[in-house]
Design a protein around this ligand. Structure first.
Ligand SMILES: [Fe+2]
Length: 135
């Protein structure tokens, strides 16, 4: 599977969110780029755990920023974020049980969800936040 290639079309115009998005993409790319011999026994669980923690932190930052500036469609963002948290929790529990690889359909879900979320859903707040706090 091809890794996610970051380019400027991914920028939502706010440095802190771009940096966090980049870090999430980097963690997902680590999973996509799985070693030929496979990951070590606890490695998948550890990477997914990193992802879960960081995603949680990122959603908090993003939602807080949108709330602080009175973004009108905050609820849609929150609902999307919640959906992902549930899926990710399932995924973490599933792979912690067998400890070896991330199944291809789960990897695909991670990749597609984030590319779509950043390029489509997050892009909707770009002009709004750019107006207020954009760099
Ligand atoms: Fe978001």
């Amino acid at each position: 599977m091809k890794k996610i290639l970051w380019d400027k079309s991914f920028s939502v115009g706010v440095e802190v969110l771009d940096q966090q998005h980049k870090q999430i993409v980097e963690i997902i790319n680590r999973l996509i780029d799985e070693p030929k011999e496979g990951f070590g026994p606890d490695e998948v669980a550890r990477i997914l755990d990193d992802l879960a923690k960081f995603v949680h932190y990122h959603f908090q930052t993003e939602e807080q920023l949108l709330a602080d500036h009175g973004y009108e469609d905050l609820r849609t963002q929150q609902a999307e974020h919640k959906e992902f948290r549930v899926e990710l929790a399932d995924l973490c529990m599933g792979s912690m049980r067998n400890h070896t690889i991330v199944p291809i359909n789960a990897l695909l879900y991670l990749k597609e969800w984030w590319v779509d979320h950043i390029l489509v859903k997050d892009m909707k707040y770009r002009p709004f936040l750019m107006n207020r706090i954009g760099r």
